[in-house]
Design a protein around this ligand. Structure first.
Ligand code: ZN
Length: 138
């Protein structure tokens, strides 16, 4: 399954899990740090059209792909294989897709139904017909 939102490819330039892992190895080498496997579970959420999670070790933002069971913090070099995404993820992505990117946000506690309600209240996804062109005869 793919995602309608931005994942690691758009945020850190990694198209695959292997590329993500290679990026972490390169970062570890550049920083002179060890990579640490962390067994804690990341909680994915959407911020500005991007799937992300907070690193439970250092609280930095982590690029997440909702289909991948791998993510890593490029700051502290902890890696994670347990990532929770919303159960109604496709519906969440559909609800957010009608919004401008900067308003594509979903906290882990929000549901697709809540996002649709918010869309209605804020007028997202409602097409307004342009005024008739006065140069064109009806
Ligand atoms: Zn971290």
């Amino acid at each position: 399954m793919s995602t309608r939102l931005r994942g690691p490819a758009a945020t850190i330039g990694t198209e695959t899990i292997a590329a993500y892992e290679a990026r972490v190895v390169a970062q570890a080498s550049a920083k002179g740090l060890r990579i640490t496997v962390d067994v804690r579970t990341l909680i994915a959420y959407v911020n500005g059209g991007r799937w992300v999670a907070n690193c439970p070790h250092c609280n930095s933002g982590i690029a997440v792909h909702p289909d991948w069971r791998y993510a890593a913090c490029l700051d502290c070099l902890h890696t994670y294989a347990a990532i929770t995404v919303p159960g109604d993820r496709v519906a969440v992505e559909d609800a957010l897709a009608v919004r401008p990117v900067n308003n594509q946000n979903c906290l882990p506690t929000e549901t697709a139904a809540q996002l649709h309600d918010e869309n209605t209240r804020r007028g997202y996804g409602i097409r307004i017909a342009p005024p008739p062109d006065p140069e064109v005869a009806p």
